[in-house]
Write a protein of this length. Structure first.
Length: 327
């Protein structure tokens, strides 16, 4: 997937058949792959797991009991500085890598097939989160089929693959209505609901929401980039890479930072290490810029690239946590 979000029609007609007024009054849209129907929902329907606190953490789950890092962790792409410092992950079946997923989306428009490749991450037994632009296109609409490969390692698929297409009971795609209206990277998130429980095999990251700034926080990002300097990445059977860096500016709905990312990283998790909950999600990689023209006041110098993530807000936190077991 391109690191730059697709431009989305402001009336959202490609997804909801010109029902713009309904879209505007809802927070997210659910597309049912069995029936082809769309339904409109509010965050108020989701249980509030935060209450009046100014932060909240949902712990991660790693079923094999192993959670460690494998590697050196001390255009519209974002290679920050002169070097691409991402690390090739050769053992993708240990945490925190085992719950990062490869996403392949297939579209058909006017009889022509199109594809997009991105990243995502497991958030519960039967749910995967990603960037909205990894499963939806303003012109092509929702993807005709999506296949998801947790912990893909080149041609190896250690947990198999999940294929989402029409019709399968229990498979849905949820997309932010703010993204459908604006196409903004700050609203670029989606959830894929599965009919299997592959998450019980892969586990999932912790999730954190906080009202305080994340400025100068050290972060990790895993995914399946199309291009990595000095590495020959296969066009389809991609390898997983890890990028690290710092959040340089944090706003209410997005994070801006200096970790390396290129096309295909879109939808991958941006996470921190927390001594209590381990590796913990704080954002979703959604975009990048070849040069820093708008963010030079946020700790990134003139002419530098930046990476961009949708921040885990209170509402997104509550939604993602709702896919997890309650005990």
């Amino acid at each position: 997937m391109s690191m730059t979000s697709y431009a989305v029609a402001t009336d959202a007609s490609a997804f909801v058949d010109n029902q713009a007024s309904i879209v505007e009054s809802s927070d997210y849209v659910r597309y049912d792959f069995e029936s082809g129907a769309t339904s409109y929902h509010s965050f108020s329907e989701v249980p509030n797991a935060i209450g009046d606190a100014d932060y909240a953490i949902s712990p991660g789950y790693f079923p094999n009991g192993t959670e460690y890092n494998d590697g050196n962790l001390a255009s519209p792409a974002a290679i920050v500085g002169s070097a691409d410092n991402r690390v090739h992950i050769t053992n993708t079946t240990v945490g925190p890598y085992c719950n990062t997923v490869y996403i392949y989306a297939q579209y058909t428009h006017n009889g022509v097939s199109y594809r997009g490749i991105g990243s995502g991450f497991v958030i519960g037994p039967s749910a995967v989160a990603t960037a909205a632009h990894c499963v939806y296109h303003a012109t092509y609409g929702i993807a005709d089929s999506i296949y998801i490969v947790p912990a893909k390692n080149g041609t190896l698929e250690p947990y198999g693959r999940e294929t989402i297409d029409d019709p399968v009971i229990g498979e849905n795609v949820i997309i932010s209505t703010d993204y459908l209206q604006s196409g903004s990277s700050a609203d670029d998130w989606a959830v894929i609901e599965l009919d299997s429980q592959v998450g019980n095999q892969t586990g999932w990251l912790g999730i954190r929401w906080q009202s305080a700034s994340y400025n100068n926080t050290y972060v990790y990002n895993t995914g399946y980039p199309a291009e990595v300097t000095g590495y020959e990445q296969d066009d389809v059977d991609r390898d997983m890479f890890l990028g690290t860096g710092y959040v340089r500016y944090s706003a209410a709905k997005y994070l801006c930072g200096d970790w390396d990312a290129t096309g295909g990283n879109s939808g991958g998790p941006v996470y921190i290490y927390n001594s209590d909950t381990g590796y913990t999600l704080i954002g979703i990689l959604t975009a990048g810029s070849g040069t820093d023209t708008d963010f030079n006041d946020y700790g990134l110098g003139d002419g530098e690239a930046y990476t961009y993530a949708t921040r885990i807000t209170q509402d997104i936190y509550n939604l993602f946590v709702s896919y997890r077991p309650t005990s």
